[in-house]
Write a protein of this length. Structure first.
Length: 60
């Protein structure tokens, strides 16, 4: 499966970038399903991350 470097953006089939050595990630979004089994977990995690970000900004 084709992967994308999270640092330099280069595409590769490897788990690490051959150019900079950073970890690669899947560039494709997850497939859409109307029966999203994990949607509630993703939304809860997103709300928690947004709350953490706003707490960090408020304490600065």
């Amino acid at each position: 499966m084709m992967r994308s470097c999270s640092e330099c953006g280069r595409y590769t089939f490897s788990g690490t970038c051959p150019r900079c050595g950073a970890e690669t990630e899947d560039p494709q979004p997850a497939k859409f399903s109307p029966e999203d089994k994990y949607g509630s977990y993703r939304r809860k995690l997103k709300r928690m991350e947004e709350a953490d970000d706003s707490d960090d900004e408020a304490s600065s």
